[in-house]
Design a binder for this molecule. Structure first.
Ligand code: FMN
Length: 493
């Protein structure tokens, strides 16, 4: 049956709510209280077309999965769509096309910062704000880069560096680089294939991928995007739901889908205040499939707040004991920020820690991961806990250059996680952009391994880095310019 636009417009209340998605009309009235992202967003689009805000953050098949068949009312009669509605849709599409016009060829991007600049041009304001934002005054975000200027090399000479081998193992799994793609939520804000871009690139380059709880593709889709050899190795990042049954289900689903480890995020009992993100008034919250039915979410506080209210702030070490009892997969804590907690993780028999401040998006004035790495390695060594098979240290936050990675490896990290640059890369260029970013990093690392005198990662030893200035942070005081300097788009601030 064909439904006219005017007919849809009449069903424009919470109690009587029709919504258009992909030119199909659905009755959402009964579903509203069950929408994982809260009722407000559906009510906002009652009687209207919600496709543009729905599409980037919902996996294909979401409607069929969550809405009973009888709620499909009929096809929209396209001849009845008013001209002003068409004009608005065309204008939005043209704006998107304009942003993508004249992007430089991939070969023109010489480093990860170039990819960020292209990403800032290509992404919508909302997507850019969500991907690039960081907490408060962004002191930690900036420190994540600054810290590398305080670590210098002590190269060795006359070592045979003809052949360089950058391969290693992460939790026992081979990787061609000591780099993994870390978990970043809402992948489809930047590209219709979302996180699957990362899967394809990781497989091509032989590295591993951490898949986020809040991905905008489903975990099944992301696992399904592995190549015919089952590459890449994938880990699952877990935000622990207040309802432990949901958390357990997710762990078991991760096992079923062949993920090789559970990275439990422990630095986000509440999501940080990311003002750039908040300013864009996030429109939708589709990837959060865990929210308790009927709860309202704060729609005016940006994407991060809109999708994260299910995360349990009461999580503690007892839950980690419980988690160990429900899975045989290795458990790694993501977001450890001091040596004391890293030591506890090792003593609890966990498989490792990710020293991380969430890319500066959580606690502002949290220290950089490499600063924590130095004290963590010392503390673990003192206790005979490191190096030790079965416990690995990972780091992330601000790694953009091959030399950044080499510094962390020399200091004792197994591998380094990278987030935003890969989002920017695929938003502009799809999987090729991510492959390019990885090849740039690989080339930088190969060259610098030669210059440092380390043919393999094992030859990169602590004596090759000078850490004397490591703790000499600048004033750390943010300036009022920080946010504008960091925001190449500029327009929203
Ligand atoms: C857009 C975005 C979304 C993120 N989403 C998650 C998430 O869902 N879960 C999580 O544990 N970490 C998340 N992170 C943090 C990353 O896993 C990682 O700690 C951080 O991005 C590393 O910093 P970098 O972006 O400077 O490389 C996110 C980071 C960004 C930038």
């Amino acid at each position: 049956m064909k439904i006219s636009y005017q007919e849809v417009s009449k069903h424009n209340t919470r109690e009587d709510c029709y919504v258009i998605l992909y030119n199909k009309v659905y009755d959402m009235s009964e579903f509203i209280p069950h929408h994982p992202g809260g009722p407000q967003i559906i009510v906002k689009y009652a009687g209207k077309d919600a496709t543009a805000v729905f599409d980037p953050v919902h996996a294909p098949g979401t409607i069929e999965k969550h809405l009973p068949k009888e709620k499909f009312i009929g096809e929209l009669d396209l001849d009845t769509v008013p001209q002003e509605v068409r004009d608005a849709a065309n204008a939005a599409q043209k704006e998107e096309e304009d942003r993508r016009k004249n992007i430089p060829p991939l070969s023109g991007c010489l480093n990860l910062f170039d990819l960020e600049l292209v990403g800032s041009r290509v992404l919508s304001n909302m997507a850019w704000a969500y991907y690039s934002s960081a907490a408060d005054d962004m002191a930690t975000y900036n420190e994540n880069r600054d810290v590398f200027r305080r670590i210098w090399f002590r190269p060795r000479i006359l070592r045979n560096v003809k052949n360089i081998d950058l391969s290693t193992r992460i939790l026992g799994h081979h990787t061609t680089l000591p780099i993994y793609i870390t978990a970043t939520a809402l992948g489809r804000l930047g590209h219709p294939d979302g996180e699957m871009n990362l899967t394809k690139a990781a497989a091509r380059e032989g590295i591993t991928q951490m898949v986020p709880t809040l991905a905008s593709c489903s975990a099944e889709e992301i696992a399904g995007a592995r190549d015919e050899n089952g590459a890449p190795t994938q880990f699952f990042q877990l935000y622990v739901n207040s309802d432990r049954r949901v958390a357990e289900e997710m762990i078991h689903n991760a096992e079923k889908l062949g993920f090789k480890g559970i990275f439990v995020t422990v630095d986000a009992p509440q999501l940080g205040r990311r003002e750039r993100d908040m300013r864009t008034h996030f429109e939708d919250s589709g990837s959060d499939v865990q929210k308790k039915s009927g709860e309202d979410v704060q729609r005016d506080e940006g994407a991060a707040r809109a999708i994260s209210s299910f995360i349990d702030p009461s999580l503690d070490w007892n839950d980690i004991v419980w988690m160990k009892s429900v899975t045989r997969l290795p458990i790694i804590l993501k977001g450890v920020q001091c040596w004391e907690d890293a030591v506890m993780a090792a003593e609890f028999g966990l498989a490792g820690v990710v020293l991380s401040n969430h890319g500066g998006r959580q606690l502002d004035f949290a220290r950089s991961s490499v600063e924590i790495l130095a004290e963590t390695v010392d503390a673990l060594k003192e206790r005979g806990l490191f190096p030790r098979p079965g416990f690995e240290i990972f780091v992330d936050g601000g790694f953009r250059r091959g030399t950044d990675v080499l510094k962390a490896i020399a200091m004792g990290a197994t591998a380094v996680g990278i987030g935003r640059p890969f989002l920017y890369a695929y938003s502009a260029y799809g999987p090729d952009g991510v492959v390019h970013a990885l090849r740039l990093l690989r080339a930088e690392m190969e060259m610098n391994m030669r210059l440092i005198g380390a043919p393999t990662l094992k030859d990169l030893v602590p004596e090759m880095v000078d850490l004397k200035a490591l703790h000499h942070r600048g004033s750390g005081a943010p300036t009022s310019d920080d946010t504008t300097v960091f925001n190449p788009k500029g327009s929203k601030i």
